[in-house]
Design a protein. Structure first.
Length: 395
């Protein structure tokens, strides 16, 4: 144990040894000075021993307390200065996400046109020729490119600035897209409401289904997902993972099973369980193969036989990164199953998002959704005005 000694203890300790040396000196007669003869030598020894006993902590004789430890007293705790909370990460709004998602398309589409128009204050023949070439070189498709060019060409004589020319293009694109703005709604009198989702492999079909199911679940609707893409390896497992994640029921069959039978089982389950919405995934092999289109037609017939009018929505998922090829895909799928809605995905990773203008111009098909990110909330309902505003941002 450790003991605390006061300063006078050390003095007494030193004095005790002084008396001890006096005793030794007197006994051996080596002191340089005489001591009183009447005081016996053993007296000095006794005093030395007594002083030592006083200093040394002997239990029961002269204990010394150990060093005192400060008692814990809550009120004596020094109050810490409050730490300023870190600034919360700013979550972008849906408008900001859209602007960010269309930034590459803005550069690859609008900025190219703007660069041509700003080359001169007047639209002369050389300028018009360059504008025509630029429009045709974008991903809006040749038909739509010439339509926009003709509108500018007709008003060339009255256009007095690059901004005026860009304003005409802005106005025409706004009108084209506004005609295709029609959000997907789930009528209250149709239960289950059946959505058949089509699209080629890699278009983002699986994640789009998950995001739609997520939206519907947030709206308070019950959802069941049927995995009709039975030919692609791991397609069933991927979709089941997403179904579990969003809290939707799931219907599946073994790999290689007949897709139409899975769709039938899904519809039967949705009816018996009184589910609000059934979403059916379909095979997504290349759209140029007749067998795929035949399978889609068969699935559609099976659903209609089980529930007249089903599927109520034939949603085509398109990948924005493939540019003008999306127009051809739309044509093929529409000819096979009468597409009733389009979801254009991966706009945030593409400079070819202008293809949406070509699709909207060439097909009378509503654009339901646009995908601008990987998050569950990054599938936005298509709003033509917001889309155009973001597309022409800073122009």
């Amino acid at each position: 144990m450790k003991y605390r000694f006061s300063p006078h203890d050390y003095i007494v300790f030193v004095v005790s040894y002084l008396f001890f040396f006096l005793y030794i000196g007197q006994v051996n007669n080596v002191l340089p000075f005489p001591l009183p003869a009447e005081i016996p030598s053993w007296t000095y020894l006794v005093v030395a021993i007594v002083f030592n006993i006083w200093v040394i902590p002997i239990p029961g004789i002269h204990p010394r307390k150990p060093p005192e430890v400060a008692e814990y007293k809550p009120e004596e705790i020094v109050e810490k200065k409050p730490v300023k909370p870190a600034l919360k990460e700013l979550v972008p709004t849906s408008k900001e996400k859209l602007e960010q998602g269309l930034s590459q398309t803005h550069k690859g589409f609008i900025n190219r046109i703007s660069a041509v128009l700003k080359g001169s204050q007047t639209l002369d023949e050389a300028m018009l020729s360059q504008l025509e070439e630029t429009l045709v070189g974008t991903d809006i498709g040749v038909k739509t490119a010439y339509m926009l060019f003709e509108h500018v060409q007709k008003q060339a004589s009255s256009i007095d600035s690059p901004d005026a020319a860009m304003g005409i293009i802005h106005s025409e694109i706004t009108q084209i897209l506004a005609h295709r703005q029609m959000p997907l709604t789930i009528p209250a009198d149709i239960r289950p409401f059946v959505i058949m989702v089509t699209g080629v492999n890699g278009s983002g079909k699986t994640t789009t289904i998950a995001k739609i199911a997520h939206r519907l679940k947030n709206d308070g609707l019950s959802v069941i997902i049927a995995s009709g893409d039975t030919f692609r390896a791991a397609a069933i497992e991927q979709l089941e993972h997403w179904a579990n994640k969003v809290g939707a029921d799931f219907i599946k069959a073994h790999e290689g099973a007949d897709p139409s039978s899975v769709a039938f089982d899904g519809l039967q389950a949705a009816i018996s369980r009184k589910i609000d919405v059934l979403i059916i995934d379909t095979a997504g092999r290349l759209h140029t193969r007749e067998t795929l289109m035949d399978e889609l037609k068969k699935t559609k017939r099976v659903l209609d036989k089980k529930m007249p009018g089903a599927p109520h929505e034939n949603l085509l998922v398109l990948d924005a990164t493939i540019g003008q090829n999306a127009i051809e895909q739309t044509r093929q799928f529409n000819n096979a199953i009468d597409v009733s809605g389009i979801a254009l995905t991966k706009l945030d990773g593409s400079s070819k998002g202008g293809v949406i203008v070509g699709i909207a111009n060439e097909f009378e098909i509503p654009i339901r959704f646009i995908g601008i990110g990987e998050g569950m909330d990054d599938l936005q309902t298509f709003d033509a005005q917001q889309f155009v505003d973001a597309l022409f941002l800073d122009n």
